[in-house]
Design a protein around this ligand. Sequence first.
Ligand code: NDP
Length: 446
Amino acid sequence: MSYVKEAFDRVKLRDPDQPEFHQAVWEVLETLEPVFDKHPEYKDANILERLTEPERIITFRVPWVDDNGNVQVNRGMRVEFNSAIGPYKGGLRFHPSVNLGIIKFLGFEQILKNALTTRPIGGGKGGSDFDPKGKSDMEVMRFCQSFMSELYRHIGANVDVPAGDIGVGGREIGYMFGQYKKLTGKWEGVLTGKGYGWGGSLIRPEATGYGQVYFLREMLASKGETIEGKTCAISGSGNVAQYCAQKVLSYGGKVITMSDSGGYIFDKDGIDESKLDWIMDLKNNRRGRIKEYVKEYPGAVYHEGKRPWGEVCDIALPSATQNEIEEKGATNLVKNGCMAISEGANMPTSPEAYTILSDAGVLFGPAKAANAGGVAVSALEMSQNAAFDEWTSEKVDSKLDHIMTGIHKQCADAAEEYNHKGNLVVGANIAGFIKVAEAMLDQGVV
Ligand code: NDP
């Protein structure tokens, strides 16, 4: 049996009930065999087994009182996965589906993603099975305060710096930051995604979606193509999807779909800037459902309980959640002539779907490279906080563009060096892994 397969079997044996974590680990490990042939020292130091076991996992009770005076209890967790190249860094997800396997999958991906940004940040992730949907602002505040009442003792500006993810946006980061400050008496850059005016960086809200499109631009450029005039199907209508759509429009692309967990809308005339503004207000202020779009814009159609991958498009931009492109979606995308996918969500493409897309020659930007813009600008927020400085939008955006262009190059170069020219999945895994492995070797067995 091969070395990586043996290592993977040990991961499964140790935590048999974590399928998403297994999926994320195998997607990386299956591409690393040639790295161990070239670098036997990684095998000697047992880097793989150390990399797949988190340095620390914290789980805790989160009790809070709802608006009716009832005591509610959720579970909170933080996985501090790997600190070889910097403080743990990665978002917090509040969603009823959250469990340890999902947080470990996200934390594992984060290690390699953060390495690709070239910033000094390690990998971590956390969250809770709390569902912010349908809760009042005061309920969300009480939950966030209770969550931070435990988490604060495990994090710090140079220790572990959480950010947002599904269900955690500016509102939640604000409540958690306030509680951290109250408990510790310290104002420090302990969370990123903070509001502008109290330590937040300009372009942080935009960063993941913009970065996803910069990465797409680089992939297309490698084939002599551009975004202009291309039809794009986007899933999700949250933070990543909104700014992905905004950047596609700025490059002259046409956005035909957006979605939420209820279903998707198809607008044959395209979702232009003013329609997108309406969606942003719906989602960020009124906290409504995407199906309301068709009342406002009757030319569009709402498809309940469906995903947008059956629509004819040149480019697919999955920006909602994991495993949202499955075999059927991938088959439809290929049949309809889709030429490129840039992943905004984490692990949105199932392994079976990826095989179909890759066999058909669809250009594929994997999440750990294509959505690294969010954490890259989080690292820029940390730099600004540490220096008590504030940069202009132009400066942050140009750094983001530079970082995303660099990530694409790192992936393309690593793929070529290891005889997989053009395969950015292999390239991202190898480039990220080698950086972390080298740091772990230098630091000894810790
Ligand atoms: P948001 O909470 O802002 O938006 C999530 C969107 O995805 C919503 O439209 C939501 O719909 C939809 N969604 C969530 N779960 C499901 C589901 N099971 N099925 C269908 N749709 C679903 O989160 P973000 O935009 O921040 O995150 C989206 C993805 O991007 C996630 O995979 C996240 O890990 C990833 N990501 C985010 C980064 C960031 O900076 N925010 C950075 C890198 C990656 P509904 O409102 O109905 O739940």
